[in-house]
Ligand binder design. Structure first.
Ligand SMILES: [Cu+2]
Length: 121
């Protein structure tokens, strides 16, 4: 009985490890999370932990007034499929911008997250 419980625990740990590796995690961005930049970016660049599936990868951006800006379409870098870029239109006003992303890697499991950056001329 003890051995069975131990084996089950091991199995659960192994599964968790695999799942964590397969899911999209944001590694960095440009502008970076929490960055303060002098001018609003015309393009956003997000780097994930592994290649993402373009069809299941998107982002939205809200400006300082909370209204959504026109961001996208998202495209995956040809050389590094963990990197996505998206044109950003209408950013310019000083203040805090919120980026919300959704991305899926090989197992199609959608992950999402959010971060902010600040435009301060
Ligand atoms: Cu998954």
């Amino acid at each position: 009985m003890k051995a069975l419980v131990f084996a089950a625990a091991l199995g659960a740990a192994a599964l968790t490890g695999v799942a964590a590796q397969a899911h999209a995690v944001l590694r960095s961005g440009n502008p970076a999370p929490a960055a303060v930049v002098k001018t609003a970016p015309k393009t956003l660049r997000l780097q994930f932990n592994e290649a993402v599936i373009p069809k299941f990868t998107s982002l939205t951006v809200a400006g300082p007034d909370g209204r959504p800006l026109h961001a996208g379409p998202v495209s995956v870098d040809r050389k590094n499929k963990a990197v996505v870029t998206a044109p950003l239109h209408g950013a310019g006003a000083p203040g805090v911008y919120k980026v919300q992303w959704t991305a899926a890697t090989g197992d199609m499991h959608k992950m999402s997250g959010a971060y902010t950056f600040t435009v301060r001329p």
